[in-house]
Design a binder for this molecule. Structure first.
Ligand SMILES: [Cu+2]
Length: 133
């Protein structure tokens, strides 16, 4: 005669420790308004026509020394970005993009303070200015 007594072990149900992230840590804020990494100028669509009224946007920019400016040709035709003015004899002394096809970009790092005029040799009415502080 066997009298089996069932003994069930009582195992306390211990819940796994939950790692609760501290609530005082804020999510990273991505500041897209900051231009410390560089600055961009758009060659606007239709800028090969004087009637467009708008060519380089923004036409004048102020940056700090060491900033790289990127010009992007958002138009459908060739343009150039060349330092100087057609009136002065200083054309291309600071930078010269050469022919910039549609969709292409040109970069130049400004390491000297001053005001740099520039224009497009194909459409001399297209003028812009970079002020380096
Ligand atoms: Cu042009």
């Amino acid at each position: 005669m066997t009298n089996k007594s069932k003994t069930s072990a009582i195992i306390p149900d211990t819940p796994a420790k939950l790692e609760v992230p501290s609530t005082d840590s804020k999510p990273p804020v991505i500041d897209t308004s900051s231009q410390t990494g560089g600055s961009t100028v758009s060659i606007v669509p239709g800028s090969s026509a004087p009637s467009n009224g708008k060519y380089f946007a923004p036409e004048a920019i102020a940056i700090s020394k060491g900033t790289t400016v990127t010009w992007t040709n958002d138009d459908v035709t060739l343009h150039t970005v060349i330092s100087g003015t057609p009136e002065e004899g200083n054309i291309g002394t600071e930078f010269d993009s050469s022919y910039l096809a549609a969709g292409k970009a040109f970069e130049h790092a400004f390491n000297t303070a001053g005001t740099f005029d520039y224009f497009c040799t194909l459409h001399p009415f297209m003028t812009g200015k970079v002020k380096v502080q």
